[in-house]
Ligand binder design. Structure first.
Ligand SMILES: [Zn+2]
Length: 504
């Protein structure tokens, strides 16, 4: 798929590779308190029926299908036709392999790798590789787009993919192959008690609290239910937790009469829930893998500016220290390539008269929240994170994918959706950077992904992920290729100087 398509479709992508590595490094978290509508004034004016309608509208987000596979995790919009949920079949298959579709009158042909399917508008029988498959409801052809009932995916997809799939129809979740994240919960008998969750893979849930409960919402992890949906712990402080699924996500709710906070371990697989000593917003102290507090002192060059100097661009060499990022070869780690890319980008920007703060110019530990904090407190006009990967070819430009429905219904943006107000500026800058790569005939794609810390940055923010052009991985470490990439980025940023600076 070309980047120009991606910008305009409602596809939401998470591409594997170093993105997974990045998301797994989830050291400190801020615990947000859910912002809620102020209802007291409304209650005086409106009747209870109208109030209920308002509440319903406020909490009913657009319906989505979350797809989990070893190739990619992504989310697609569901549409309602004939009082059923439908989904575009091409969109489901597109991130998984080579796919094309042709419509010809009432007929729609879909080709996925070497498998061909033939669909006819309003018919309930389709033909895949010469064999008939019955749908539970009619196939719909709309402007060349083939829509199938959500409940038909369990029958259709194995024919195309050659393997099993599991569809959770009610909650809009699709598992391709045997992919699942399991979890256990156990109460540690400390005083006060702590509830410790262990997950089989790194997780990155959105955390929110309300009186009596703490919610962890997993929108991108293939989390599956424990044997019993309600777990009880025999504690007055933390009596129980429940698991539920809805609209493409899974939610764990921990019940407690006292305010709770969640803290995340550095491996991303452990979440500890404990009583909060205060009912106000709480920041979990950042700690390194050994439990030692991290500070800006671990970083060689970065420090929040004292206000004496403003930087136009903040460059962030992703990973570092204990976090190697992707292992690109037996001798090459992503964390080292990103430092070299950052130095090159800094030179390219400075040679165009742009002031630069490079967050990491040595092999130090720097948490994702620290990166966002440094970008935000320096009031830069643009934040550019750098990644490198052995998978794919060319360059991918990411902008933030914010949680569905948004945690920001109130006047305050939560930490996880701080990027909200800057997203269109970020996307515009990303398009300009992508355009510059196209001019230089370097393969490029512009994507959105729930890529931390982009979502927490309060300025135009993008991540540039560099793959080799061909199969030669050593190109990632070659100064001429690095400069080819960074000069394209710098040219676009320099051309956007007025647009980006106006928002500074
Ligand atoms: Zn990375």
């Amino acid at each position: 798929m070309r980047w120009t398509d991606l910008r305009w479709t409602d596809l939401r992508w998470t591409v594997m590779g170093c993105i997974e590595a990045l998301c797994s490094v989830d050291i400190p978290r801020m615990v947000e308190r859910k912002s809620r509508l102020s209802l007291s004034s409304l209650t005086l004016v409106c009747g209870p029926v109208l109030l209920a309608a308002i509440l319903l509208l406020a909490v009913t987000p657009e319906k989505h299908l979350s797809v989990y596979s070893t190739a990619a995790n992504y989310s697609l919009p569901l549409v309602q036709r004939d009082r059923r949920d439908y989904v575009g079949l091409l969109e489901v298959l597109e991130p998984l392999g080579r796919v094309s579709a042709k419509s010809d009158g009432q007929r729609w042909r879909l080709r996925y790798n070497r498998v061909e399917g033939e669909f006819n508008a309003s018919r309930m029988r389709v033909r895949i590789q010469g064999r008939d498959v019955d749908l539970p409801a009619r196939f719909i052809l709309e402007n060349g787009r083939g829509l199938v009932p959500l409940s038909s995916l369990a029958a259709l997809l194995p024919r195309f993919l050659g393997g099993p799939v599991t569809v959770h129809e009610d909650s809009g979740r699709l598992f391709i192959g045997s992919i699942a994240t399991h979890f256990t919960a156990s109460l540690a008998a400390d005083n006060p008690p702590k509830l410790v969750f262990h997950f089989t893979t790194a997780v990155n849930p959105a955390v929110s609290t309300e009186p009596g409960a703490l919610h962890m919402t997993f929108s991108r992890e293939p989390l599956v239910a424990p044997a019993l949906p309600t777990l009880t712990f025999g504690s007055k402080v933390i009596p129980s937790a429940t698991y539920s699924e809805s609209n493409g996500g899974a939610v764990i709710t921990v019940i407690s009469p006292v305010p709770l906070i969640a803290s995340f371990s550095s491996d991303g697989r452990t979440v500890t829930i404990s009583p909060s000593s205060t009912t106000t917003q709480t920041v979990v102290t950042p700690t390194g893998p050994t439990g030692t507090p991290l500070s800006a002192g671990n970083i060689s060059t970065a420090a929040p500016s004292s206000g004496s100097r403003r930087y136009f661009a903040v460059i962030d060499a992703s990973h570092g220290g204990d976090d190697r990022g992707e292992t690109l070869s037996s001798t090459l780690f992503e964390k080292d390539v990103t430092v070299a890319l950052a130095r090159s980008l800094r030179q390219e920007l400075e040679s165009r008269g742009i002031t630069v703060l490079d967050l990491r110019d040595s092999d130090g530990n720097l948490s994702l929240d620290q990166r966002a904090f440094l970008a935000n407190t320096n009031h830069a006009a643009v934040y550019i994170a750098l990644h490198a990967t052995a998978s794919g070819h060319g360059v991918r430009i990411y902008t933030a994918l914010l949680p569905y429905g948004g945690d920001d219904r109130g006047p305050f943006h939560s930490w996880t959706t701080s990027q909200h107000a800057y997203l269109s500026l970020s996307q515009s800058a990303a398009a300009d950077v992508a355009n510059e790569f196209q001019k230089r005939q370097i393969l490029v794609r512009a994507l959105t992904a729930p890529l931390r810390p982009l979502n927490s940055v309060t300025t135009a923010a993008l991540a540039v992920e560099v793959a080799p052009q061909g199969s030669d991985l050593t190109q990632l470490n070659a100064p001429d290729y690095q400069q080819l990439v960074t000069s394209a980025v710098a040219t676009a940023i320099a051309a956007d100087r007025d647009k980006l600076g106006a928002a500074q």
